[in-house]
Design a protein around this ligand. Structure first.
Ligand code: SF4
Ligand code: NI
Ligand code: NI
Length: 706
């Protein structure tokens, strides 16, 4: 019959306790009890809660606790209880055996001065953690790679069991290295590591020997340590692993484990026998901060470059725009579906892309994290824009499938590659979101066919994200959120995010902002409790005004959320589309960012952007997201959708179904979209008026807009 881990640990504990009892009896006869109890058995003294202060008390304790006595009921409690007894027994055995005639006479592998050095290195972060490896790996190569990788990550490695031989078989590692400490050839020798951990607590944690609770708190919260258990576990190995768990030190096993035997965060198994996977898992369980390797790419990366513009004539390659597709997509995946740190470029590298090209691009960022939530996806994806903008010689605007990005000739000359976009993102995601995400992988697509295929999948996910908000209205919530991310390039601009109106960049919704606030309460998204309503029609609230005033550096004192005509919200430069009033048509027009032609306002998109960007209130003009056009809060104070007389054609067609549906609800007829003009109708007010009149556009029935 196959034993469960708990059964193994309990039997192992029993074996160890029996052995300790015998050792104590023998020791009694030999009269070798000359050791200072507290000093030689620090863990035992502490774990018994000072009940055992001498060897008689300990012998008594072991006799009574030969098998489990507690009323522990859950598997977890039973395991921890077995672990507790195992530690005391193992420590006792090791100490007494060493002191017995013929013993080594000294178990002090790690004298106080060494322990103090280790402790200090851990506290000041020079050493990331202590890894205790016990058992024997089924594979010698995996074993030595494991030790090597831990050492390279700045982790102190202690070895107990067959791994000691396996590791010393590796010549390069066997050479004296003070980052690797062999403890003994049996798994149970791992006890020296736990004893050492307790002594570090006494030395640095200001804990007096015997103070169990403070010792346990220190070990659980201040000492980043973990156990990697290799090979099929012998009873004693299971017992010391349970011992580690009872100290709050997590154990990762390389053996398959039935899911019900796993204890999340304390006892887990890696699904593949691979050293890196074992290490990643342990690091995540104990939330150990490994140093992020410094970013090494040929351009400077600094928030100061965010506002830098790469002009067309200085551009080596431009991604996205009118002719080619570019998108970015952050995916939250399971730990099996990600290869941490990997960067893949699928398609041509920069040296295969001719100067002055317009090229397709897909940026996929996969993340996995124990604290990651689906709600964080949108806000993290939006950060791609910022991270790339920080690169000298890189220019990036918009998000999702409307991305446009340029790499300058200068950056190209410095040796910047497509792959370096991945290096940059990998580094920035790790340093910025290290507490939430544990693994990051980047895929960059530059092959047109693959980009077209992947963007379809991405769009499905964007749509699902947008749907989360459906059915939530502004009236249903009492808190709006702000976004001040764009103050890096528009110092007075603030977006106010409500359920029915996301950020004008199209990439941050009210839900995203709420999640972002949860992730980082002092970050760029702050809650604004609506408070007193000053104008329900135009959408003005006292608290929103107050917030706006302070966050806009006193440049905007009052703001209406539901009109474009009277003290409207401001725009930075990131909007997906721009609205402008057309006085003769008594309506408004909207041009999408990728529409480069003339519009009935007499200005192109770029000219309109020059007019209303920059965080200033300009009545009659507004930067918006594409999604906002179909929102229930689309300028209701000005007459809503009935005002819409002209749209750039691609935008109109892409929103056709949703616009018609909204229009029907507003009793604007069945095919409202057919009464909206576009560039094929005309690009001046004069040109489109006959069309609007012929279609009997509802805007004519509304009161004058100006
Ligand atoms: Fe935030 Fe608005 Fe900038 Fe989007 S456009 S990132 S919502 S400030
Ligand atoms: Ni902006
Ligand atoms: Ni921006």
């Amino acid at each position: 019959m196959v034993m469960t881990f708990r059964q193994q640990a309990e039997q192992g504990a029993q074996k160890l306790v029996t052995a300790a009892g015998q050792q104590l009896a023998q020791d009694n006869m030999l009269g070798t009890r000359k050791m200072d109890f507290q000093q030689w058995l620090p863990l035992t003294a502490a774990l018994s809660g000072n009940q055992c202060n001498d060897y008689d008390a300990l012998a008594q304790y072991f006799a009574e606790n030969h098998v489990k006595k507690t009323q522990a009921s859950t598997e977890r409690e039973l395991i921890l209880e077995a672990g507790w007894r195992s530690l005391m027994a193992a420590e006792t055995c090791q100490a007494l055996r060493a002191m017995a005639p013929g013993g080594v006479g000294n178990t002090d592998l790690l004298p106080d001065n060494v322990l103090r050095k280790i402790g200090v290195a851990i506290v000041d972060g020079t050493m990331a953690a202590i890894a205790i490896i016990c058992g024997t790996s089924e594979d010698d190569i995996v074993a030595s790679n494991l030790v090597e990788e831990l050492r390279d990550k700045g982790i102190l490695v202690m070895l107990a069991g067959g791994i000691v031989e396996q590791y010393s078989g590796n010549q390069s590692l066997a050479q004296a290295d003070n980052h690797i400490i062999p403890l003994g050839k049996e798994a149970v020798h791992a006890i020296h590591a736990f004893t050492a951990a307790a002594r570090i607590g006494f030395l640095l944690g200001n804990i007096v020997p015997g103070d169990r609770d403070r010792l346990l708190t220190f070990l659980a919260t201040r000492l980043p340590a973990f156990v990697i258990s290799l090979g099929s576990q012998q009873l004693e190995q299971a017992a010391v692993c349970a011992g580690a768990m009872s100290l709050g030190i997590p154990v990762v096993s390389d053996q398959p484990l039935p899911p019900e035997e796993e204890i999340a965060g304390l006892f887990e198994t890696a699904r593949i026998n691979n050293g890196s996977e074992l290490i990643n898992l342990a690091i995540e369980m104990k939330e150990i901060k490994v140093k992020v390797t410094p970013l090494q790419i040929p351009i400077k990366v600094n928030p100061a470059y965010e506002g830098e513009i790469v002009r067309k004539q200085d551009t080596w390659v431009e991604f996205g725009g009118n002719k080619v597709t570019a998108f970015e997509w952050l995916q939250m995946v399971g730990k099996e579906d990600i290869d941490d740190g990997r960067i893949t470029v699928i398609g041509p590298e920069i040296n295969e892309i001719p100067e002055g090209s317009e090229w397709p691009l897909g940026i996929v960022v996969k993340v996995y994290g124990r604290k990651m939530q689906q709600d964080f996806v949108g806000i993290m994806e939006r950060r791609i824009h910022y991270f790339i903008s920080y690169g000298e010689g890189l220019w990036h605007i918009a998000g999702r499938d409307l991305v446009r990005m340029r790499i300058s000739k200068e950056a190209r000359q410095q040796g910047f590659t497509i792959r370096d976009i991945g290096e940059l993102l990998l580094h920035m995601f790790r340093t910025t979101f290290g507490t939430i995400i544990n693994r990051v992988e980047i895929i960059l697509y530059t092959d047109a066919h693959v980009v077209e295929r992947e963007v379809k999948a991405a769009r499905e996910f964007y749509a699902i994200r947008d749907q989360h908000l459906q059915g939530i209205t502004d009236e249903m919530v009492d808190t709006f959120y702000s976004c001040t991310l764009c103050q890096s390039h528009s110092p007075n601009h603030v977006c106010i995010l409500t359920p029915e109106r996301g950020g004008l960049c199209g990439a941050v919704t009210w839900l995203d902002a709420r999640a972002s606030y949860e992730m980082n309460p002092v970050g760029p998204n702050q809650p604004i409790c609506k408070g007193e309503c000053l104008d329900a029609t135009k959408g003005m609230w006292k608290n929103v005004n107050e917030y706006m005033c302070q966050a806009s550096n006193r440049t905007v004192e009052e703001v209406n959320l539901y009109t474009v005509m009277d003290r409207p919200v401001t725009s930075c430069g990131c909007f997906e589309a721009v609205m402008a009033v057309l006085p003769q048509a008594n309506g408004i027009m909207i041009a999408a960012r990728d529409y480069s032609g003339e519009t009935p306002s007499g200005m192109t998109f770029t000219q309109l952007m020059g007019t209303c960007g920059g965080g200033v209130q300009i009545p009659g003009f507004l930067g918006v997201s594409r999604r906002f056009i179909t929102s229930g809060k689309f300028i209701p104070a000005d007459g809503g959708l009935a005002r819409l007389v002209w749209m750039s054609k691609e935008l109109k067609e892409s929103l056709r179904a949703e616009l018609n549906e909204r229009a029907k609800k507003l009793r604007l007829g069945d095919n409202f979209v057919d009464s909206i003009a576009d560039e094929t109708t005309g690009v001046t007010e004069e040109e489109i008026l006959p069309f609007l009149q012929e279609r009997n556009h509802p805007a004519f029935k509304l009161p004058p807009i100006m």
